[in-house]
Design a protein. Sequence first.
Length: 385
Amino acid sequence: MSRKGVLERRVRQSYEKIPYPKPGRKTSRAISDSLVPLPWLEAFAGRTVSAPRILVAGCGTGAEAIFLGREFRAAEVLGIDFSQRSIRYARRALKQVENRPSVKFICGDLTDSKLMRQFANSFDLVWCHGVLSYVPKPVPVLRNLARCLKPDGLFYLGVNGPAHFSAHYRPATAAVGLDPGRMPSAAVRKTLLSFCDALTSEGLAKLSDDLLSSDLFAPFMNNLALSQWVGLACQAGLQFRGEYGAYRRVLRALGEITVRSEFRCSRAELHHLTRLLVPPVFNRILFTFAREPTIDWSANSLMTLRPRLTNLYAARQSGACLRLTSNSLKHLIEIEDTRWEAAFLRCCDGSRTARQILRQIPQRVSRKIFRQHLYLFYQAAVLGF
């Protein structure tokens, strides 16, 4: 058997030995905190998913697929995993759910092109969270999953980044005579983590053992930068639309209008820059088949665009302050000393050009100020074009 075949067999055996997430563990809160809000995916993709068919690729013991099924009652969810033991746990867990959602589980290998071809052009959303970091050859899997996507579908990929603790913890295990590719006993794992916690402030020993076993002792680990994951996905025909963690960091700079308005770059370019400056622990990436629209940020060209609200934020005028709030993101943006933005946003339905909207509102707005604010609204996913 080739080295690749041996490695893939060891990956499969590791998940048969320790299914993930641990069956019976209360995971709803952890899953809810780790997942990307659907409104953000819709806003950055420029489309709405009303009654989606969702493929959860690498569903493990089913907690994530069941959670998505309960969150989006109109959805049909299919979970696929190569671990027979995990699928048995997933089906058992589904039977115990009250008001059972429309979720189905099957055992299958994501690298099997023949199997995945059965689902070609079938899904509005392909969801692959915490899977490809542990796959030796991710490109064939990405190609198979891309085939499952409808032409206007969304592809969400959650993968480890270069700042993930495993990037420096795995090599360090060799210093105490452990093989980072082979699973030691639970007692040894906990002792090692407690030792690490004594030296750092990461608090790993307090986390569930199953959350850590694959990160520290899986047969294989990818801790790639955002640009590398994007490059692999491009080989599968997918286009990068945004990274959730970078987006949240970009929002913190929303008040720096003068500096940020001069970037005049796409969301994708801005997110790449953000993740070069601040390497992520975990990448939460959105892909589609369509590229992000190319926008000419000159004032004259912006006047011809037809802006529309993405519904990620609700806009409300409060005195001299414009408040943009997002329940799904639990985020609030406040823009002070505004006299025209609220009136402008109320008219952004996609049917009128920016020039037509500006003629309808009572305040006069200079082209420079308009360009600065429209750029910020677009980058924050308040507006789409």
